[in-house]
Design a protein around this ligand. Structure first.
Ligand SMILES: Cc1cc2nc3c(=O)[nH]c(=O)nc-3n(C[C@H](O)[C@H](O)[C@H](O)COP(=O)(O)OP(=O)(O)OC[C@H]3O[C@@H](n4cnc5c(N)ncnc54)[C@H](O)[C@@H]3O)c2cc1C
Length: 472
């Protein structure tokens, strides 16, 4: 069985397209749930009383929170553990002829309203990656599968993915997605397809993920077009960082947080020495995998500490491979592989970039069976090339090297993006975004657009609003 699939999909498209296949509709109607008007942009009104704000993390969440607060007149500094901004937006440029590839976040959907605001504001250009088409992949499904799909779609229409404190249909959180499908009498072939698609894109079994999490994903506004930022997605964090320049302190990981009713104090590492700074408000915009390692005194509420300790992250590896020619372009009419075989994917990363050299990316969820952790780093590329060669036998002839990014090993990420096990949407997620005293929480894991760059930015706007409106 082949482990790779030649086209690329975002996880929401994938689930939706699969559903379309099940429904055998020519075009799935856009869900009635909030299309326009979901974005709650920060107002940028100037403050009369500037607050001293410390932000931990210069990913898109921390950067946008800092940028917005600075625009409103607040005094902000960012502590960032890495020597660059962008976090999980990571454009790798270690290739010949100026080629680059996205090793972190890749696709911007046309529905990503928060991102589009900055793309417009900073005059960034987009490269259209692919159209989210709705062809049925040649799958044939029974009337029972269609019925189950209709129930799934009907349930998703009742869900507001942006409501964290009072999740809609909370009883569905008790179920795994597998149990939900079973309850809705989904036939075996549909369950099998869902299992493949979710584990391929999120590296999670449908038995281990809350039904409500996937239904939230399903209820997000549907995209009709996907883009990358021309020149690399890192153009966005780089541009934001350039606006904040001297406010960002790189290679300064936060280690301890002390807080009381009057302010916050953050201890961080500076060239091996501990330093402290004081502020009036703190934004924690780091993944909870990293927040777990920060000492917080006094401890936050038991619910928040539990959320910080419990939150799970998916595991995905991305490996762009460089080839001296884009040999795959000569393979006209290459048919799509059946979704049945998909537990990973291979797709071109160099679209829109000048040739003749090109890059293919292998996108491998940890559940692919490749068990990257047990393979020494120097042998990984060889193993990945061998896999790519199974669908591109000519690959070794053109191969010139590559780059492997496995997010689980990254100490400042610890995974790809958060997901919720059964029971966690109503117990863990409800406590993630809520501020505690003078501490505010941003990051994709806190957002309605959870797992997306757009979610990181959404959370940046939310915390900017919280801090701006908070008493001195
Ligand atoms: C492989 C992969 C594929 C993805 N694909 C897509 C996609 O196609 N489309 C999409 O929209 N999204 C995608 N995402 C998700 C997207 O990357 C994230 O949702 C988003 O970038 C998260 O931003 P953030 O600011 O919340 O967190 P991060 O980007 O992780 O930023 C957090 C920052 O905090 C820093 N930090 C951590 N600990 C500390 C500390 N103790 N002190 C100081 N700093 C600290 C980190 O170094 C980091 O810079 C993908 C992610 C991955 C990994």
């Amino acid at each position: 069985m082949n482990d790779f699939y030649k086209n690329t999909w975002t996880r929401r498209d994938f689930i939706k397209t699969l559903s379309l296949a099940l429904a055998a509709l020519p075009m799935r109607p856009v869900l009635s749930f909030p299309q326009a008007g979901t974005a709650k942009f920060f107002s940028r009104q100037k403050t009369e009383r500037p607050k001293k704000v410390i932000v931990i993390g210069a990913g898109l969440a921390g950067l946008t929170a800092a940028y917005e607060l600075t625009k409103a007149g607040h005094d902000v500094i960012i502590l960032e553990a890495r020597n660059r901004a962008g976090g999980r937006v990571f454009t790798v440029r270690e290739f010949a002829d100026g080629l680059h590839a996205e090793c972190g976040a890749e696709w911007i959907e046309h529905t990503h309203d928060y991102l589009f605001r900055y793309i417009e504001e900073f005059g960034l250009s987009l490269y259209r990656g692919r159209f989210v088409d709705t062809e049925d992949e040649g799958l044939q499904f029974s009337p029972r599968a269609r019925q189950a799909h209709e129930k799934l779609e009907g349930t998703a229409k009742e869900i507001n993915p942006f409501e964290h404190q009072m999740p809609s249909r909370p009883e569905l959180d008790k179920l795994s997605f597998y149990e939900f499908l079973k309850q809705n009498e989904a036939p075996a072939e549909m369950i099998e397809q869902m299992q493949r698609s979710v584990s391929a894109l999120m590296a999670i079994n449908i038995e281990s993920i809350s039904a409500l999490h996937l239904l939230n994903e399903y209820a997000l506004p549907e995209s009709r077009a996907s883009f990358r930022i021309a020149g690399g997605n890192d153009q966005l964090p780089k541009t934001l960082a350039a606006q904040l320049r001297e406010r960002i302190y790189y290679s300064r990981p936060a280690m301890k947080i002390a807080h009381d009713a009057t302010g916050v104090r953050v201890t961080f590492l500076e060239n091996g020495l501990q330093q402290t700074i004081n502020g009036e408000r703190l934004v924690i915009a780091a993944p909870f995998t990293c927040v777990r390692k920060i000492e917080i005194a006094p401890a936050l509420s038991p619910e928040k500490m539990k959320a910080i300790a419990a939150l799970n992250y998916g595991q995905i590896l991305k490996a762009p491979l460089q080839f001296r020619e884009r040999f795959w372009l000569k393979q006209a009419g290459e048919p799509r592989k059946s979704l049945r075989d998909m537990i990973g994917s291979v797709y071109e990363a160099s679209g829109g970039q000048a040739g003749p050299r090109g890059l293919l990316v292998a996108y491998i969820p940890d559940k692919s069976g490749m068990a990257m952790g047990s393979i020494p780093p120097e042998q990984r590329l060889e193993k990945i090339l061998a896999k790519v060669s199974e669908i591109h036998p000519e690959a070794p002839r053109y191969y010139e090297g590559g780059y492997v990014k496995w997010w689980q090993e990254d100490p400042w990420a610890g995974g790809t993006y958060a997901y919720f096990r059964p029971g966690e949407i109503t117990t863990v997620r409800t406590n993630i975004a809520r501020p505690e005293g003078r501490i505010h929480f941003a990051g994709e894991h806190t957002a309605g657009w959870q797992g997306y760059m757009n979610g990181a930015v959404e959370s940046g706007h939310r915390v900017a609003e919280e801090i701006h409106a908070a008493p001195a």
